[in-house]
Design a protein around this ligand. Structure first.
Ligand code: COA
Length: 433
């Protein structure tokens, strides 16, 4: 029986000559012109990263390994009676680009069970942290604390071989994916449920187990599957993916790299925006005594926020130029499972007014909602009301994309990343100033 690792090996061996040829024969071919605006303005649109795990089209949204979100959800095997696929099968798909059979998926489910044991010292470290530590800090610290388990670091210290370095990166990455739900649920129960920890259940898949360990009944298992899949990847240039890739390019192992990527995800302009959306909404709801604002009232709240110099969380994107399909898939879930929820009604009303206002203000290049505008609603509805935890959920999902990427980075021997910087004097000279 071919394991996921064997399949991945086959894929890597078939892929390597393509990368080698591009570098050797076409390395001088220009793929874009870098402008001063791109140098100073966060490298927007500079085509200088390669990944086959996902691609973000500004108007269509994300494709994972060539498939849109609805196509992924339809193609992958699902647990019996569930609406969303096994996360384990999605990990197989992200790594190999092939839709696994049910049996191949179940093999990964079994593999994850063997790998998911979290060392006791991780829990001890988390317990020792100050009670008011942000859950993202706890999550990143937990990942980093396991670095001494890294098989890649051990492999490096015992004699590094570039051609097989991906194997220990794969091992670390798979260990991490299997363990992260356990760590995340532990943080949640420790911080918000008086440390009343629920042990994993061997009969459940990753999504089912996460819901179980969080102590939230069905259909939260499907929420977890959907949530982790749609948050997994957004091509290579976003802060969490790029940071993970950058750190790994120094041959840092998956623990160092993911922990750094999670630190980027914790930023208010990136993954923390989902927490900010809910806190903004609650603020407005409190001012309205819980009543749904009329369109006119909502417009005033949005303008007040903009006029005070703040951004509208959950709106805008560095690459996307339409409503995020990750927003839409969560909206579809809400329409099916919680159509009358007051916060959902609030988010829908925001959708009615914000794009026009952002267009009128004329600053944001994309006036449409992104993934974060909707995600908190579902979590809140199922009883997960501690919204500073939401980014941890994002992080569990995002880990799959960034770890699949760094496994392939090692497989293809991508070098240490080192862009060139210029001085302002130099730019002024180029500009003829
Ligand atoms: C996502 C985000 C960081 C992208 O930043 P970006 O690529 O610089 O976006 P733009 O090029 O459209 O920004 C141009 C201007 O519009 C502003 N803008 C962008 N999105 C905005 C929003 N949602 N509300 C108000 N202003 C916004 C920017 O702050 C910037 O203003 P400045 O020129 O005064 O600095 C930005 O849209 C944002 O801050 N959104 C809110 C936070 C969020 O939802 N993050 C999650 C992303 S998945």
């Amino acid at each position: 029986m071919a394991t996921l690792k064997d399949k991945l090996r086959e894929k890597i061996e078939a892929h390597r000559p393509r990368t080698a040829r591009l570098l050797k024969e076409f390395g001088d071919v220009k793929v874009g012109e870098v402008t001063i605006e791109q140098c100073i303005g966060g490298m927007r649109g500079v085509k200088s990263l390669v990944t086959d795990i996902s691609y973000l089209d500004p108007f269509e949204g994300i494709r994972f390994r060539g498939k849109t979100i609805p196509e992924v959800m339809a193609a992958l095997p699902k647990p019996k009676g569930k609406d969303y696929p096994y996360v384990e099968g999605f990990w197989y798909y992200l790594l190999t680009g092939e839709v696994p059979t049910l049996q191949e998926t179940l093999d990964v489910v079994e593999e994850f069970k063997e790998r998911r044991k979290v060392p006791q010292y991780v829990f001890d470290i988390l317990k020792a942290m100050p009670k008011d530590t942000h859950p993202m800090t706890m999550f990143s610290a937990a990942v980093l604390s396991m670095q001494n388990e890294s098989k890649f670091a051990k492999f490096y210290n015992e004699g590094f071989n570039k051609m097989i370095a991906w194997e220990s990166m794969y091992e670390d990455s798979t260990d991490l994916i299997a363990r992260l739900p356990v760590v995340a649920a532990f943080i949640y129960r420790l911080k918000y449920k008086n440390g009343d920890i629920i042990a994993p259940d061997d009969n459940l898949d990753l999504g089912g187990n996460f819901a179980h360990m969080m102590g939230i009944p069905e259909p939260y298992d499907d929420v977890a599957r959907m949530y982790f899949i749609i948050h997994s990847d957004h091509e290579s240039g976003n802060v969490s993916a790029h940071t993970t890739h950058l750190v790994a390019s120094a041959l840092s192992d998956a623990y160092y790299s993911l922990s750094a990527g999670l630190d980027g995800l914790a930023g208010p302009l990136h993954g923390l925006a989902n927490q900010e959306v809910l806190s903004w909404i609650q603020d407005v709801m409190a001012k309205m005594d819980g009543k749904l604002p009329s369109e006119e009232e909502m417009k005033k709240f949005v303008w007040d926020t903009l006029n005070s110099g703040q951004v509208i969380p959950g709106y805008g994107h560095a690459v996307l130029r339409k409503t995020d399909p990750r927003y839409m898939s969560q909206r579809e879930f809400c329409l099916k499972h919680l159509p009358n929820d007051p916060i959902f009604a609030f988010v829908s009303r925001l959708y009615d007014v914000v794009p026009d206002i952002l267009r009128e203000q004329g600053k944001a290049k994309n006036p449409w909602p992104n993934v974060d505008a909707q995600s908190g609603v579902i979590q809140w509805y199922y009883g997960l009301r501690e919204y500073d935890f939401y980014t941890v959920l994002f992080g569990v999902g995002r880990a799959m994309g960034v770890l699949a990427n760094i496994t392939w980075d090692r497989a293809l021997g991508y070098p240490i990343e080192r862009p060139k910087s210029l001085t302002t004097d130099m730019l002024e000279k180029v500009a003829g100033i």
